[in-house]
Design a protein. Structure first.
Length: 593
């Protein structure tokens, strides 16, 4: 039994992983599957969501407003992937519009509706708050406003929809919608509205594979400021790496010369000298850090996120996933589950190298750290969305899918990574022996304290990504499709290099001040980048958006908090890794018996 159990568990894990990934991938492709049509073939118009334009997360089902509705028995829904659901997409087939490929439809009435005073008031409220809606046809999004407010304050609803469908042969390459014929709404009496639509097809030479380009804002993302910011960050990296290398190499060279000279003295002369600097703490510098389990967890998860970020960006670039609704988010979720092996490996190996004993508890904590924090935030946001009957509320079925993904994919892979890390790379290999009694840490000026180094360490890494954060936040909250993932990858690598340099310099100054508590300082000085990004997000919310209400503010700051937490873990792990390599190198080249 003992010999067969691991194999059975492995097979069960593989089966569950395959089923979960298959379920997560459902709905990414529609039919609409072939995207090819013959003359007279039905085209489906899918209604999606409606909500105030300035509040991207405050969205509701399109039919939640008093629009024309077909019979309940005729409702047909298209279930999307997990990424689609998390983005608040729920497609419902419109049975009021009838499209056939290459067949023009003249102005036709599709609904006559009697509006009660309550219905009119709902529509007036929606139009006054700049409500917009989203449709889909052949996987192409279509947007429009439901009405307008005149300069005199009169509220009108659009009653005519004009669809213009562009085709290249048997493929649809664009769909445009013009909302027309505004009719005033008056709450003083019941209203009767007649809604009409028309459809026209026109030939286009636009390639099918380039049809998504109409949604990309080239002037915005390829603005010269964007190019200049990347160039500026790149030059900062060259300058910083050169400066750090020059300073440290010259300083360390002098330190090595001084220590070598001291080593030539006999013990009495050496005792009479005032030994100072980073060599003095050689017996304490490799002492296990405080709160070892916590540091092991954040270090492992941070390295995992770095690997995941590179994998996701390369996948998006290679597969143009930004063209498919929810595909990028799907990739993030699935890759996060699969790459959890990396987090377990680095967490387990570091914990074992530091002579940790409770590795199972550490593994569980490391695996559950980020999902637990994210779940707590998303639970609050999901409750708020449920109370408001918003479409961004995650259905129970998809919550179950996430739980299954965690317990049957993420957890086993993290466990496997921890076991491999402990056994393959878990033996301590320090160049200096650790003293039995810790040395006292002398008092230093404020800027050499761990707190000051930790807070100041994130400024330069934040400066390297400051401009890119503006473009990223704009795409997240202001309806821009982010597609310049090559820029993102370059800026990400620049940020990691700057983080490494800053962490190494901070660690050197700390050790030279005879403070050997460098572990958490190197991590936190790099992780503080996330704090500065969050502070910038407050500025962005107040001055770069027109969001209103506590509902939207909750989602904005909730999502941003998760993003900044992940960024802090990544930067902190890279900073600690760089400092760890630096510390080993400098102490390997001195006599420290």
């Amino acid at each position: 039994m003992r010999g067969r159990f691991p194999g059975s568990r492995l097979r069960a894990t593989v089966v569950c992983m395959a089923l979960t990934i298959a379920v997560l991938g459902l709905g990414v492709k529609a039919d609409e599957e072939t995207h090819r049509y013959v003359a007279g073939e039905e085209l489906v118009l899918w209604t999606n969501k409606v909500g105030p334009y300035n509040n991207p997360q405050e969205t509701f089902n399109y039919l939640s407003l008093p629009f024309c509705k077909a019979g309940r028995k005729d409702v047909q829904r298209r279930f999307g992937s997990l990424g689609n659901v998390l983005m608040g997409n729920e497609l419902v087939k419109s049975n009021l519009h009838h499209f056939k490929f290459l067949e023009d439809i003249p102005r036709t009435s599709y609904c006559e509706q009697a509006l009660s005073k309550n219905d009119v008031e709902k529509l007036q409220y929606a139009i006054s708050n700049n409500y917009w809606f989203e449709f889909f046809m052949d996987d192409l999004p279509i947007w429009g406003f439901i009405g307008k407010v005149s300069d005199s304050g009169e509220v009108s609803i659009f009653t005519h929809q004009k669809f213009v469908v562009g085709h290249n042969g048997d493929r649809i390459v664009y769909v445009h919608l013009n909302m027309m014929d505004p009719k005033p709404l008056s709450s003083s009496e019941d209203e009767k509205m007649t809604y009409t639509y028309e459809v026209s097809f026109e030939a286009s030479d636009k390639s099918f594979h380039r049809r998504f380009e109409q949604y990309l804002d080239f002037n915005f993302f390829q603005h010269k400021i964007h190019w200049f910011s990347v160039f500026n960050s790149f030059m900062m990296v060259i300058f910083l790496v050169g400066l750090v290398s020059m300073i440290l190499l010259r300083t360390l060279k002098k330190d090595y010369a001084r220590y070598a000279k001291e080593d030539e003295l006999d013990s009495l002369e050496r005792d009479m000298n005032d030994e100072y600097g980073w060599k003095l703490v050689h017996g304490d510098v490799f002492r296990p850090p405080r709160h070892l389990m916590w540091l092991s967890a954040v270090y492992g998860v941070g390295i995992q996120f770095c690997v995941q970020a590179v994998v996701v960006v390369l996948a998006v670039i290679g597969g143009s996933l930004f063209m498919e609704s929810g595909a990028v988010l799907n990739t993030v979720i699935i890759s996060g589950a699969l790459i959890s092996f990396v987090g377990g490996y680095f967490s387990g190996s570091f914990y074992s190298q530091s002579d940790g004993k409770n590795w199972i508890k550490t593994m569980i904590f490391s695996t559950a750290l980020f999902p637990g924090v994210s779940f707590a935030i998303l639970f609050v946001l999901n409750t708020i969305a449920w109370v408001h009957n918003s479409m961004v509320a995650i259905p129970f079925l998809y919550i179950v899918m996430l739980v299954v993904l965690f317990f049957f994919v993420t957890f086993p892979l993290s466990l496997a990574g921890t076991i491999v890390g402990r056994n393959w790379n878990g033996v301590p290999n320090y160049p200096c022996r650790i003293k039995r009694i810790p040395s006292p840490v002398p008092y230093k000026t404020w800027y050499l304290t761990p707190t000051a180094v930790s807070l100041l360490g994130g400024l330069l890494p934040f400066g390297s990504i400051f401009i890119e954060m503006y473009f990223l936040f704009t795409s997240m909250w202001n309806y821009k499709v982010y597609y310049v993932y090559g820029f993102m990858l370059l800026v990400f690598l620049i940020m990691l290099i700057v983080t490494s340099c800053v962490s190494v310099v901070g660690t050197y100054f700390l050790l030279n001040a005879e403070n050997y508590h460098w572990h958490w300082t190197s991590f936190l000085s790099s992780a503080s980048t996330g704090i500065y990004v969050f502070l910038y997000s407050i500025h962005f919310y107040l001055f770069k958006t027109k969001m209103t209400g506590w509902y939207q503010a909750s989602f904005y700051y909730g999502y941003t908090l998760i993003f900044c937490f992940a960024l802090s873990l990544m930067c902190g792990a890279v900073g600690y890794l760089s400092s760890g390599i630096f510390v080993r190198v400098i102490y390997r080249n001195i006599k420290c018996d």
